[in-house]
Design a protein around this ligand. Sequence first.
Ligand code: ZN
Ligand code: FE
Length: 265
Amino acid sequence: MTQASAPHHLPILEVFQFPCLDDNYGYLIRDREAGICASVDTPSAAAVEAALAETGWKLDFIFNTHHHEDHTGGNLELKARTGCRIVGPRADAARIPGIDQQVGEGDVVTLGRHRARVLDTPGHTRGHIVYVFDEDQAVFVGDTLFSMGCGRLFEGTPEQMWISLQKLRRLPDPMRVFCAHEYTQKNAHFAIGLEPDNADLRERVAEVDQLRELDMPTVPSTIGRERLTNPFLRPDSPELQATLGLRGASLIEVFAETRRRRNEF
Ligand code: ZN
Ligand code: FE
């Protein structure tokens, strides 16, 4: 076997994805050479522990995206058992159990040799953040972006969420999107009603239906695919605007109406 030896060779960021609770995904990520591992959020301590047992990985960090119980519920128990260090949003530090390191837009978090840029993405909650591993082409988006969907606006305005989503929309096409819930099929059926002539979307709906019938995950997606099929990233689509009766409206208006309709779908 040949070993890559280029000076800038970056080892693969290992990602172990596991379903838990009703429809959450948990993620363990690891720098194999350094043997350093993080759990992105902690939907449940038991589920994260089971994933650690299955992989044989040792937990060093928790990278939280936002304060909701299905993202931080396992924080304290896992910290007590492993001594891991908890990284989370500065803007919401008071609601992140056990937080050790507060981060926000522009900060860089490291996992061994892997680096993640932090982006503030308020909207779902006021202190939501995402972790962008540029070199690894992976972004962990929590409940800001879903496959063909986006988070509900519990603590933010459409304007805030649209600004947050634009930060994600600007990421490169191949970047893998790891979201925290398997909401894809319902999102897909909502999306196709808004853009029935979107060929990329039709293809994806068929694919998603097939995957779900086999009980397989539809996550991760990629930024490129989301840009082509996610109505919340497409307020500039003429077909979407026409369906909503908002031809030529501002992108924020179109986004807000799309979000409002999804709440009632
Ligand atoms: Zn949430
Ligand atoms: Fe959630």
